[in-house]
Design a protein around this ligand. Structure first.
Ligand code: PMV
Length: 322
């Protein structure tokens, strides 16, 4: 039996632009997703995913054909991709467990995919590098959801805080300790694919305008990367505000996000923005230790739910093995 876990993530800078060959900055958070896998003596794969209401879902190895329910798609596609690539197979018991709700947008799909593939590589004694784990995990996520830059997959594998370019062209670990981040959940579930499609339609209609916005976001990411290394939080906060301005121009913010963002600024945050695809999910604010309580209260008063997070945490790891 092998049990692995991988962290959720929060996008700090560069969402949407990163789908178009630009960089982003992402930090791993201490809400983890774990997967336990055991071999079976028959040809069956049995999945239990209590948080997704999946109980004893059975499928035989021969029926791993790409058509799965939404709740089991990432795990079963990961298993199939692993069997195909490493020319091995076995019946399996797979059980997933999440420390966070998939509704926050912390990246449960990528974390479960990475945990599953890491556990399989240990179980079948296949030595794979982090980059190889990234490639097979990213392929799995694309097989299921078709779109995505892979930043969430990289974050689940490498952890910490990463400078990342689309498809894993660059995955660079940033050397920092902590980020004084406050996370406010809007209470609204966002659909990443819909928002990515919306931006791609805009890109078709107004290529130059959207491309210019992405160039501006790219500059912000590059500048923010320099300042994060030196923990220049007040400057980083103003970059967040600027990034948010461009996200609004892309049409991916929402009245609920704007309300939380506005209230955090008013309460003295260094800066704030949405995090992820937009349309709902979470916003993030940077604040000094003195202003932390005030900013958190202001976000709550504006209707947000504060989610306590530790940032910059470890990537995928083995929890138990016997
Ligand atoms: O909504 P999330 O947290 O999955 O973030 C999506 C970020 C995008 O840049 C919009 C898409 C991507 O895959 O990079």
């Amino acid at each position: 039996m092998v049990k692995t876990s991988a962290p959720g993530k929060l996008m700090l800078f560069g969402e949407h632009a990163v789908v178009y060959e630009r960089p982003c900055i992402v930090t791993a958070v201490n809400h983890r997703m774990s997967v336990s896998i055991d071999k079976r003596n028959d040809e069956k794969i049995i999945v239990n995913a209590p948080e997704m209401n999946v109980k004893d879902y059975k499928i035989s190895i021969d029926n791993l054909n790409g058509k799965y329910s939404r709740e089991t798609a990432f795990v079963l596609t990961a298993v199939k991709n692993f069997f195909d690539k490493y020319k091995c197979e076995s019946g399996l018991n797979v059980e997933t467990h999440s420390e966070f709700s998939s509704k926050f947008g912390f990246g449960s799909s990528s974390a479960v995919t990475v945990s599953t593939l890491k556990a399989l590589s240990e179980l079948f004694n296949v030595k794979i590098s982090k980059k190889e784990l990234f490639d097979i995990s990213y392929k799995t996520v694309l097989d299921v959801q078709k779109v995505g830059s892979g930043f969430d997959v990289a974050s689940a594998i490498y952890g910490r805080t990463l400078y990342f370019v689309s498809g894993g062209k660059v995955i660079e670990e940033m050397n920092i300790d902590r980020i004084p981040l406050i996370v406010g959940y809007t209470g609204i579930k966002a659909d990443t694919s819909t928002l990515v499609k919306k931006v791609s339609q805009e890109m078709e209609k107004e290529h130059e305008k959207i491309n210019n916005i992405f160039n501006k976001i790219e500059n912000i990411v590059i500048e923010a990367k320099r300042k994060i290394k030196n923990s220049e939080w007040s400057k980083i906060g103003s970059f967040m505000n600027e990034n948010q301005k461009y996200l609004r121009m892309l049409g991916v913010s929402s009245p609920e996000l704007d309300k939380l963002i506005f209230s955090s600024s008013k309460a003295g945050a260094y800066g704030s923005k949405l995090s992820g695809a937009g349309g709902g999910d979470c916003m993030i604010a940077l604040a000094s230790d003195e202003k932390r309580d005030l900013v958190s209260k202001a976000i709550e008063k504006a209707g947000g739910i504060i989610i306590p997070v530790e940032t910059n945490v470890e990537g995928v790891r083995i929890e138990r093995q016997y």
